[in-house]
Design a protein around this ligand. Structure first.
Ligand SMILES: C[S@@+](CC[C@H](N)C(=O)[O-])C[C@H]1O[C@@H](n2cnc3c(N)ncnc32)[C@H](O)[C@@H]1O
Length: 214
């Protein structure tokens, strides 16, 4: 990989979605882009970068961004953001008479974060709180947004981050491989494609947002 092609690619990626690649991530770029290079018949990164800059390269741009983003997530990832929501943020919103909180899960991946927020709200209310809300999940990847909207998870995703109690309460088993978020959790969540480098104005105002893109 020629250094100037790698440099051009780094600049493209930062401009397109804000991802800043380190100086020595050539191996990552090569492995993530291998299927795209093969599909389009590019011989080196220089050919791909040249095509990205051409008019009509939109589909290729989307494919490249898709390949370079990391969708790693899990339910209640790191736990503490959800504990803080229940202990401090939800009570504060209730105190301020916000009865329908708008929460933004920015960079939501396949929806686990947005649904975990909705589950936290459900638990808050079951413990005596009085606060309803809606959670908007957004992500740059249309494919992952579609997945999030479905609210269906395989048996591996369902074991990550969830206690047995939460799994049984908030999901129903469709078949041994597939679990679906229950309607009372799903009703609060909606999803749409959005690049964080673009204006947020179209999304409306929010009372709370979580933005954890790595
Ligand atoms: C590591 S995942 C984290 C998911 C979730 N926030 C969590 O904490 O579990 C990061 C997500 O951010 C998204 N992302 C990265 N850059 C983005 C951008 N510029 N605009 C919107 N989403 C972006 C990726 O597509 C990916 O799904």
């Amino acid at each position: 990989m020629k250094p100037e092609h790698y440099q051009d690619f780094r600049e493209f990626l930062e401009r397109a979605c804000g991802i800043v690649l380190g100086e020595n991530k050539q191996y990552l770029v090569a492995s993530r882009l291998a299927p795209v290079m093969l599909e389009h018949g590019f011989h080196d990164l220089g050919e791909l970068v040249a095509q990205l800059d051409r008019f009509g390269g939109g589909n290729l741009r989307a494919q490249v961004i898709e390949a370079m983003t990391t969708n790693e997530t899990q339910f209640f990832r790191d736990n503490y953001p959800y504990a803080i929501l229940k202990e401090y943020v939800f009570p504060e919103l209730q105190k301020r008479r916000v009865y329908n909180a708008r929460v933004w899960s920015a960079g939501c991946s396949s929806g686990q974060e947005a649904y975990s927020i909705s589950m936290s709200l459900q638990e808050y209310n079951e413990q005596g709180g009085r606060l309803d809300g809606e959670v908007l999940g957004t992500d740059i990847s249309p494919q992952i947004v579609e997945q999030a909207s479905l609210g269906r998870y395989n048996s591996s995703a369902i074991t990550r981050g969830l206690t047995d109690e939460r799994r049984v309460r908030f999901f129903r088993e469709l078949d041994p491989q597939t679990w679906e978020v229950r309607p009372e959790i799903k009703r609060r969540a909606s999803f749409r494609t959005h690049n964080l480098l673009e204006s947020f104005a179209v999304l409306g105002r929010f009372d709370v947002y979580l933005c954890r893109t790595c």
